[in-house]
Write a new protein. Sequence first.
Length: 233
Amino acid sequence: MFNLKIADHVFCINNKYDFIKKMCSNYITSESSNEIISVTDTEIKAENTENLNFKNDYLETLAVYRKICEKLVEDNIILFHCSAIMINNSAILFTAPSGTGKSTHTRMWQECFGERVTVINDDKPLIKINDSEAVIYGTPWCGKHGIETNTSAKIKTVVILEQSEVNSIKPISFFDAYPTILNQTYRPNDADKMRKVLSMINGFIKNVTIYKLGCNISHEAAETAYNAIFTAK
């Protein structure tokens, strides 16, 4: 059992396997919590949805995060599937269906802008949404590359990626952005929580600029996006 702090919330994790504690080492805290997260063997096995023969210690991490995400919805915090960086004290989120190249695009930004870039999370960060802003938080659930930073930042922009031979970027409307944003957001099974998630997505899209970036695997792709986000008038 250990205490985990993410998105300014502390949870007591009643773990069955050591793997999750090692994975969460950057987020372990001495702060106490009465919010206990534990999962059953049935809940662990239920995470093996693709029948890929994952080990139970890994599946436990998924089951635990699912329960954490369910609880955090109550405090206007949702999981958003993206690769998120911080640059110029602002967070930029790159999102797209799996296999599009989110992590590759993040690496292009690191190569172009060096130490100015901090990777907050490469897969499953958390976003807190209120009436005036959205803030992203790093988490231990950060994808196969294991890239994350225990930090937070106000979100400036979400960039929806598309593979293209030519690099081009344009802002898109609420209605054009909505299907992708919804698809990349964790959606609870509970109807009341799902209604709250939909309300949060509406607020999220209204508080940040959404771009669509057609891009190839090149530094020019990162430079095109940066110029649109930070220097275009």
